[in-house]
Design a protein around this ligand. Structure first.
Ligand SMILES: [Zn+2]
Length: 200
């Protein structure tokens, strides 16, 4: 759980998944005259270790270069998956095959967890095991019918992953008042630019 996931009321059950997908910040729109700077919180294995510590996914061990590369592959595959329309995701082998391959290094087992029943736990106990929690959240979110609400903002200049809390679950933008309006204004302008009857 992070400040961001709390701010946007992302359910705790998928807060790590949400934060992990958003460690890559591709936003480059201009808001109130200031251009948003793109950033990647996972620059190197040390940065990955720091991010995992902040999320309680690791204690002391530092991720190896191999784990770091596996993490980046996992993040890219998850982002590509979430970018698809929820109803289309399972129909896209170009998206599901790389995701399956990217999840493979993060083996999970089923374990009892007291009165709450069962949970998925990492098979390994090394630094890589910490990231298995992200894969477990994917599985749990899908089982709970919540994964379809985790989406990528449709604005090209945003591409932030967001949790759709709207009743019908059909939101396309992380913030309709910002990304949605920006896109609508642009579409309007473009349409009028190409319209020969337009005065401008
Ligand atoms: Zn957005």
């Amino acid at each position: 759980m992070s400040k961001e996931s709390r701010k946007f009321h992302v359910p705790d059950a998928l807060a790590n998944l949400y934060d992990f997908a958003n460690t890559l910040d591709l936003r480059h729109f201009t808001h109130r005259g200031v251009q948003h700077q793109q950033a990647d919180a996972l620059q190197d294995p040390a940065a990955l270790g720091e991010w995992m510590r902040q999320h309680g996914l690791i204690e002391r061990a530092a991720p190896s270069q191999k784990t770091f590369e596996a993490a980046l592959r996992l993040r890219a595959a998850i982002r590509d998956y979430l970018k698809c329309e929820p109803t289309e995701r399972h129909r896209k082998p170009a998206v599901t095959a790389p995701l399956n391959a990217a999840m493979e290094p993060f083996a999970l087992r089923v374990a009892t967890i007291g009165k709450d029943g069962f949970a998925l736990r990492p098979v390994m106990s090394d630094a890589q095991a910490g990231l298995s929690a992200i894969v477990a959240e994917l599985y749990d979110a899908a089982s709970a019918g919540m994964l379809g609400r985790l989406k990528m903002c449709a604005a090209d200049e945003c591409q932030r992953v967001f949790f759709d809390r709207s009743k019908p679950g059909t939101r396309r933008w992380c913030q309709t008042t910002l990304c949605g309006n920006r896109e609508k204004t642009r579409t309007y302008r473009e349409r009028h630019r190409h319209d020969p009857t337009s005065e401008s």
